[in-house]
Design a protein around this ligand. Structure first.
Ligand code: UT7
Length: 333
């Protein structure tokens, strides 16, 4: 049966490093608080005039294509996951199509936040399985730093997030038991407002954007941290077990679990609940914070480069976030 394989991975991280100590200069927080609760030591912030959500995604995509021995001209379709697009519309996928200077191929933006990359992978996989496309780019890219409340009011959220981009190239394969074995997608919209940016939403008084929104801070992300933590700790292991069960595999069969980098404590809890060893789980949140849709492909790219993902390895991706949405993918690399 025709399936899809990840044939190349890439990433782009802005150069500017912002440490916890840097944040403590502008809001009431501390390196100790951030590290103890989240594991984060530093994150990257974009450079104005140089980095955009789209062009960071394009750079990650070029690296992924190069690693695959492909050129942009080989790509049949682009899937772009972000919650921080360059424009309100159009989506950033078309900007990547422009920057890659490829023919007029389709470009689809998806917005499932932290699960965006896994949802994107699933979409690409379906297009490949049906035979519609042979080569699909899946990109996750985020610029959070320009949209966070960098005052003490926003500290519960703003210390968590960072900027960056990651990408994967998928190609069709006929090899049995190879590539993306299955993907599992979920949502529970009753918790939509537990982690959200509410304004400027469309169902608002005219004009849609008002000074009040800035004053009240409804243009900034809000999160019921404890609630999100509790659900994440349950949904991560659940959706990983779902992927394993669908393929008759056990946690011990996993060569590498790459969880969405939301909080090191969550990853450690998931590791413990599944009985995994430390070298079975990849984490880099310490250096990049939470980069939402970009976190999994950035981690995948680093893990691959460090030789932690090898041919034939069983790799599991899992994510949870705003929506709530959660998802997993099991891959025979
Ligand atoms: O990727 C999307 C999914 N996101 C997640 O999975 C995140 C899930 N949630 C979390 O990771 C945790 O809930 C946080 C790391 C966000 C927060 O940790 P927490 O242990 O739940 O802290 P808390 O929100 O209960 O706050 C504890 C205290 C509060 O002070 P009081 O009320 O106890 O006096 C906060 O005001 O810590 C205070 N606080 C801070 N202090 C210093 C909140 N943020 C900060 C901060 N620096 N940055």
């Amino acid at each position: 049966m025709r399936t899809s394989r990840i044939v190349g991975v890439g990433r782009y991280l802005p150069e500017r490093i912002v440490t916890n100590h840097d944040l403590a200069q502008i809001m009431d927080t501390s390196d100790e608080w951030i590290q103890e609760r989240t594991g984060i030591r530093e994150r990257r912030f974009f450079e104005l005039g140089k980095d955009t959500t789209a062009n960071m995604g394009t750079r990650a995509a070029r690296m992924a294509l190069e690693n695959a021995g492909l050129t942009p001209q080989d790509v049949d379709f682009i899937v772009f996951a972000t919650l921080s697009p360059d424009y309100d519309f159009p989506g950033s996928g078309v900007l990547v199509q422009r920057e890659l200077e490829v023919p007029t191929i389709g470009a689809l933006d998806i917005r499932t936040q932290c699960t965006g990359f896994v949802y994107g992978l699933s979409i690409a996989d379906q297009f490949i399985k049906t035979g519609m496309y042979n080569t699909v780019l899946v990109i996750g890219s985020e610029i959070h730093s320009s949209g966070l409340d960098m005052t003490t009011r926003g500290r519960g959220v703003s210390v968590l997030f960072g900027d960056g981009a990651g990408a994967a190239v998928l190609q069709a394969t006929d090899e049995p038991n190879r590539g993306i074995l299955s993907t599992h997608l979920h949502s529970e919209g009753k918790y939509a407002e537990e982690l959200a940016v509410i304004d400027p939403g469309s169902s608002r008084a005219v004009p849609r954007t008002q000074t009040r929104m800035i004053e009240e801070g409804t243009i900034f992300p809000v999160m019921n941290g404890n609630h999100v933590f509790k659900h994440a700790s349950t949904r991560f292991p659940e959706v990983i077990k779902e992927a394993l069960a669908a393929n008759n595999q056990q946690p011990t069969d996993i060569d590498l679990l790459i969880p969405h980098q939301a909080n090191l404590r969550i990853s450690q809890m998931v590791q413990k609940l599944l009985g995994l060893k430390s070298d079975q789980v990849f984490n880099n949140i310490q250096r990049y914070g939470n980069t939402t849709a970009a976190s999994i492909p950035i981690a995948m790219s680093e893990a691959w480069e460090q030789g932690k993902i090898k041919e034939n390895d069983l790799v599991c991706l899992a994510a949870f976030g705003s929506g709530f949405t959660w998802a997993s993918a099991l891959i025979r690399w």
